[in-house]
Design a protein around this ligand. Structure first.
Ligand code: NAD
Length: 349
């Protein structure tokens, strides 16, 4: 049984092992589709959330961030890092964990690993944006950057947007080989490409999900033809972008939360008042998505706290039926709430 929030000495904890069991039990494509539904539902009630750009602590090699939000009933935050040079030491670029709490009591409701969950929610958010913005009938996606996030992105676009073909490119051919092998037998045609230029040939959707702690130019202006949708995932820190500025000037730009994206996203290359559209406004019918078949649409993804909140609530909603959690003795629970010290004394035995 999940402990009840009102008297909760034990907090449900979803470990990496249990997160993997949960995904296998439900099926990854179902999880990705479910997450799109959850995130969309929360984007539709955008006004109910506390919103703030994430709190970032930068170093020469990376960033550590806290991403909080609340809808007035439930509070959530994620701890996440981004260290592009980690992979050289056999460590991941991105790792994360997160927590939900009951606003009424402040008691934690859930602690969860979020490294896998971040990859799932990022792919779901990308696919959700493409559902609203990509050209109709898109079947082929270029996937540039074939690291930890890549397969999740490919499967998200298959499950939600009906993509049948992915064209892979990475500066490290070993990453492309890994990605091709992992996607084998998943119902996608996978093409390994030798250059980014080759990868985008015939693609209606271009996903960039590379990691570098500097301004990189994964796509130049001449590579991007009219009518494509660009899903730019890798540029998510000050000084870290993937697209040439000229591409931005030709695109309709869609973002999660402008105050955060202006600091971290591709649009840090533009003036602070350059017009962008908030994705939630498109989903809610308050703003136009793709204007016409020739427009280049760009989802300037950086990852926003509400997406993590939606993902954590989704995981919590599945615990009872799957049982894939442990309980943590995380909250002191004296019989008399004011007798914390007495509880300590009695525990001495
Ligand atoms: P990763 O280090 O596992 O993989 C990155 C891949 O990019 C590597 O295989 C690397 O060889 C490749 N690469 C680097 N430069 C390249 C280039 N010029 N051309 C082609 N490939 C190149 O990292 P990851 O976990 O897959 O994350 C990728 C990026 O996505 C990171 O920058 C991360 O911060 C970002 N990210 C964004 C969100 C979001 O919500 N927007 C969420 C998670 C991760």
């Amino acid at each position: 049984m999940i402990p009840s929030p009102s008297k909760q000495a034990y907090v449900p904890f979803v470990s990496v092992a249990n997160m993997m069991k949960l995904v296998h039990a439900l099926g990854i494509e179902r999880v990705l589709r479910d997450l799109v539904e959850e995130i969309e539902a929360d984007f539709l009630r955008w006004g109910e959330f506390d919103k703030t750009p994430r709190i970032a602590s930068h170093s020469d090699v990376g960033v550590i961030e806290l991403m909080p939000t609340s809808d007035g009933e439930t509070y959530g935050f994620k701890y996440v890092n981004g260290h592009p040079s980690n992979t050289k030491a056999g460590l991941q670029t991105v790792t994360a964990f997160g927590l939900l709490a009951d606003v009424a009591t402040g008691y934690p409701l859930l602690l969860s690993e979020m490294t896998i969950l971040t990859a799932l929610r990022t792919a779901a958010t990308s696919a959700m944006a493409a559902k609203w913005l990509a050209p109709k009938g898109a079947t082929t996606m270029a996937l540039i950057g074939n690291g930890a996030q890549a397969e999740f992105q490919a499967l998200g676009f298959k499950a939600v947007c009906g993509i049948t073909d992915v064209r892979l490119y990475d500066i490290d051919s070993e990453a492309t080989r890994k990605c091709s092998a992992n996607l084998a037998g998943r119902g996608l045609r996978v093409h390994a490409c030798a250059t980014a230029q080759e990868a985008i040939m015939g693609a209606q959707i271009i996903t960039t999900v590379t990691a570098d702690k500097l301004y990189a130019t994964i796509l130049t202006d001449n590579m991007v033809g009219e009518g494509v949708h660009i899903n730019a995932v890798g540029g998510d820190c000050p000084g870290k972008t993937e697209l040439h500025r000229d591409i931005l000037l030709r695109s309709g730009i869609f973002v999660e939360y402008p105050p955060q994206t202006r600091i971290e996203g591709e649009i840090q290359q533009l003036d602070a008042d350059y017009p962008v559209t908030e994705l939630w406004q498109v989903i809610a019918g308050h703003a136009t998505g793709r204007r016409d078949a020739k427009q280049i649409t760009l989802f300037d993804s950086v990852g926003f706290a509400i997406e993590d909140f939606s993902a954590l609530r989704y995981v919590r909603s599945k615990l009872q039926e799957t049982g894939f959690f442990d309980t943590l003795d995380m909250i002191a629970d004296p019989d008399d709430p004011r007798d914390l010290f007495g509880m300590l004394l009695r525990s001495q035995g």
